[in-house]
Design a protein around this ligand. Structure first.
Ligand SMILES: [Zn+2]
Length: 362
């Protein structure tokens, strides 16, 4: 027999988040221990052992094939998730393991620590950031389109007794399964640039703007959005580094030029787009955010040793520690670029922070 969990916003037994809204009609959803059901349109969404499934993305998983992912999941369920990750071999997979377990991940979310109780980790992947968020927020909702990835996170949270994490499988950023004004903070880590891929009917600018407005809807007034993302003019790209397309300088080229080159090579369209320092500020402002701040996780948002506050202009510090492995020449070059105000424009990664206007509910 189904155990009715009533209309509470969280489950007192499991501690999980239950304040869902139907992604089709936005009515509130009623929770049982087997599914969520909509009283308006009668749709139901499964609750699979604490993992709530709305829509599922059919894709590969980057470092791991679907088959490898299933082996990893079985291993995690049988022998524990840490042992399962230890069994991974190969450069990519060791990198994946580091990404999930790095203690530095908490630095990337340090600027929203004091935001409130409820946070959405949008595009959570395997949940490395979610595990860090769970130390600071009472409720963490971890959403990703990959069922296998959120299933792995579900195993991790159960084995770590992280009851305050609620994994959700969903792909549609414009129809999120949450009511208005629901979250104190939303975090996207290495995800924002990919959003236009799932909205091929929209231009890149429209896709990004509509997604930002969708996040604005579910943030409470004063709530904060944090985008941990790359700089299109970051020095790795300016020095000829390749992005995901394999094309040198691609992010730094005008989008139309990069798009044309990729189409000519049969690999277009070019829709995974990063912005500049001013580009992120403008986009957030146009979408309706205020109090926009730019920071830079250094050397990367995946494992930052430090997060610089770029509001302070020239006063960006170059601590000795993060650059210790690099040459003295590089450190001195960076100090010089900071002094003349150039460094902030070419840092590899940014953390863009915007607030929902108070009294400006959409
Ligand atoms: Zn409905």
């Amino acid at each position: 027999m189904e155990n009715e969990l009533n209309d509470r916003h969280s489950d007192e037994t499991t501690g999980q988040f239950l304040d869902f809204a139907c992604p089709s009609c936005r009515s509130s959803l009623r929770a049982t221990d087997q599914h969520l059901s909509c009283s308006s349109c009668s749709k139901t969404y499964p609750n699979d052992d604490g993992l709530f499934k709305f829509t599922v993305q059919d894709s590969n998983h980057g470092e791991l094939s679907r088959e490898e992912m299933h082996v990893l999941l079985n291993e995690a369920r049988t022998n524990g998730w840490r042992s399962a990750l230890d069994s991974l071999e190969g450069e990519d997979k060791v990198r994946l393991k580091k990404l999930i377990t790095s203690p530095l991940r908490k630095n990337a979310i340090s600027i929203i620590q004091e935001c409130g109780d409820r946070v959405l980790d949008f595009g959570c992947g395997y949940g490395g950031v979610s595990l860090a968020l769970a130390e600071n927020f009472a409720q963490v909702v971890s959403l990703d389109g990959s069922e296998e990835r959120v299933s792995m996170l579900n195993v991790m949270r159960q084995q770590e007794d992280r009851r305050n994490i609620t994994p959700v499988c969903h792909i549609d950023a414009l129809n999120l399964p949450f009511p208005d004004n629901c979250f104190d903070a939303i975090v996207l880590t290495g995800v924002f640039e990919y959003l236009p891929l799932s909205l091929p009917h929209l231009s890149i600018h429209e896709a990004h703007t509509k997604c930002l407005q969708s996040f604005l809807r579910i943030l409470r007034p004063g709530g904060k959005l944090l985008l941990n993302t790359k700089n299109r003019f970051g020095w790795p790209y300016l020095l000829g580094g390749k992005d995901h397309t394999g094309l040198r300088f691609a992010p730094a080229l005008p989008v139309r030029v990069a798009d044309l080159i990729l189409r000519m090579r049969g690999r277009g369209p070019y829709r995974i787009i990063n912005y500049s320092l001013g580009g992120y500020q403008k986009l957030l402002h146009q979408a309706g955010f205020e109090n926009i701040e730019m920071h830079s996780p250094y050397p990367s948002y995946q494992s930052p040793h430090a997060v610089f506050d770029l509001q302070t202009g020239l006063a960006i510090q170059i601590p000795d520690k993060p650059l210790a492995k690099n040459s003295r020449l590089k450190t001195e070059t960076l100090r010089f670029l900071a002094k003349i105000g150039i460094l902030r424009l070419i840092l590899p990664h940014y953390s863009a922070l915007g607030s929902k206007p108070v009294g400006g509910e959409k």
